[in-house]
Design a protein around this ligand. Structure first.
Ligand SMILES: NCC(=O)N[C@@H](Cc1c[nH]cn1)C(=O)O
Ligand SMILES: [Zn+2]
Ligand SMILES: [Zn+2]
Length: 474
């Protein structure tokens, strides 16, 4: 397979790879901010251009529009699909990734400019560096290396790169359904590298949590009021909102929504054993986060609550006064944003009803004249793979070849909204092959990707393509 030549090629081109990542990170492709939509469109064009230059058969697929809360609509970023090779005697893999990012501003507490990739001590800091631009580029560079050396790809490779993952992959479900018998007809396996290792040890990921994201809006007076002039005479929307949000979860982490845990699959002895065997240091995890105490101090419980129990997180309140200073306002309308991570066998449709019924019930008890509206904005299901599938054997072999260690078998607490759709609609097997570090700070200040993980990860993807080629077709 001339593996050594490919490895040398990657080493020789690492400066170019870092430079391309710098160009991609410079694009503020924040999918949650509609004012940045032009940047997102530009990002998708750049991905298409890169793949086209490599000789791929590239399409930018129109996936329609999204409806904005003010009633207007906005075009969704096109999805980039590409194909390299169509040899019927080889398996075909489809690499999925995303190039949209979470919001970031220097004032949030970044040490460097978030959209200016900055290397410090071997770490490449920038928004989207690890989630998910470097992994997408590593997959592109893996194929580029074969082509540059005029070597046949061991498998046919397709790419599906989207720009709305961070806001729930709007429009992608429908696109996958409509392309089931076209783009996906010859795809054998789906590969996703949109997650990270658990420790310094490389890992293979076999499960992700889903997510149900809610907006709870409480509306009262027709405009904001002076709290000195009107305070004590009106029932304040913010007080109502804080009151109902406080009924979602107890201080010790028990979810208080009736029925919410009914569908959670029991934690088996086999799982307990698997978690027990994973190398994971609770104390350094605690230190890295910078908290005095975690919810659980025992490794197995901590991992179980991170990966396979539902959790409630309260993210923010729209309409609330949040600027520095002491404005004495009573906000007229506030919207609480919270999400509930989903695990097998929870169903977002059931969760939506449980949460809506619960919030309306506790709100009714307050006898408030204000109006409550509850809306589920994202309803992404959890995903779980068969770890005995040959895709995982191939993954273990690729990790061993490049990193010379055995891969950890892990789950991911985050969500890849489209993973379950891929599985249900295409009925293909999926593997998640992370190259992100455990401390990359995804969605957080100072997100980074280490140069080591980026470059060695590219080599691991090359090895993986070779390993997958040896899987006997099902
Ligand atoms: N790297 C995957 C990721 O960060 N996914 C997001 C997707 C999401 C879920 N709900 C809203 N967005 C995540 O938060 O897990
Ligand atoms: Zn991601
Ligand atoms: Zn993300």
């Amino acid at each position: 397979f001339r593996f050594d030549e490919l490895i040398k090629y990657v080493d020789d081109h690492q400066e170019e790879y870092v430079q391309t990542l710098r160009e991609w990170v410079a694009v503020e492709s924040d999918s949650s901010d509609v004012t940045k939509r032009a940047e997102l469109y530009r990002m998708m064009d750049m991905v298409g251009e890169k793949l086209r230059k490599m000789g791929g058969k590239v399409e930018l697929v129109d996936i329609g529009e999204e409806q904005l809360p003010d009633g207007s609509s906005l075009a969704l970023p096109k999805v980039v699909t590409a194909q390299f090779g169509s040899d019927v005697n080889k398996p075909t893999v489809c690499v999925y990734g995303h190039v949209d990012v979470q919001p970031a501003q220097k004032e949030d507490g970044w040490a460097t400019e978030p959209y200016n990739l900055t290397e410090i001590n071997g770490n490449l800091y920038g928004r989207g560096a690890s989630d998910n631009k470097a992994p997408v580029l590593a997959w592109i560079h893996a194929v580029e290396a074969f082509k540059a050396l005029d070597m046949d790809l061991p498998v046919n490779v397709k790419y599906l790169i989207e720009g709305m993952e961070e806001t729930g992959s709007n429009g992608l479900d429908a696109m996958i359904k409509s392309q089931k018998s076209t783009f996906f007809s010859d795809v054998d396996y789906i590969i996703i590298s949109d997650c990270g290792w658990l420790s310094k040890r490389p890992a293979l990921t076999y499960g992700t949590r889903g997510n149900c994201y809610f907006f709870a809006e409480v509306e009262g007076p027709k405009q904001d009021l002076h709290s000195g002039v009107y305070g004590g005479t009106v029932i304040e929307p913010m007080t109502d909102l804080i009151g109902i949000l406080d009924t979602l979860i107890s201080p010790s982490g028990t979810i208080l929504i009736p029925g919410i845990r009914d569908a959670v699959a029991p934690f088996s002895d086999e799982e307990w054993k698997m978690y027990q065997d994973i190398e994971f240091d609770v104390e350094s995890y605690r230190e890295k986060i910078g908290v005095e105490q975690l919810m659980y101090n025992n490794k197995v419980e901590l991992l179980a609550h991170r990966w396979r129990h539902p959790t409630v997180s309260i993210h923010g309140i729209n309409g609330a006064f949040s600027a520095p200073g002491t404005k004495t306002v009573i906000p007229a309308k506030v919207t609480g944003k919270f999400s509930i991570r989903q695990v097998p066998d929870m169903d977002p449709a059931v969760v939506e009803k449980q949460v809506t019924d619960h919030l309306h019930s506790v709100f009714a008890k307050r006898k408030s004249p204000n109006k409550l509206k509850v809306k589920m904005i994202i309803g992404a299901k959890p995903w779980l793979a068969d770890i005995k599938h040959s895709l995982y054997e191939a993954g273990k072999a690729a990790v061993k070849r490049v990193f010379n260690v055995d891969a950890d078998m892990i789950r991911e607490g985050g969500t890849i909204p489209i993973a379950r759709t891929f599985q249900d609609v295409t009925e293909k097997s999926i593997i998640m092959l992370p190259i992100g570090g455990f401390d990359d700070g995804l969605h957080s200040q100072n997100e980074k990707m280490s140069r080591y993980n980026y470059i060695e990860g590219t080599k691991m993807f090359i090895a993986y393509l070779q390993e997958v080629a040896q899987i006997k077709k099902d």
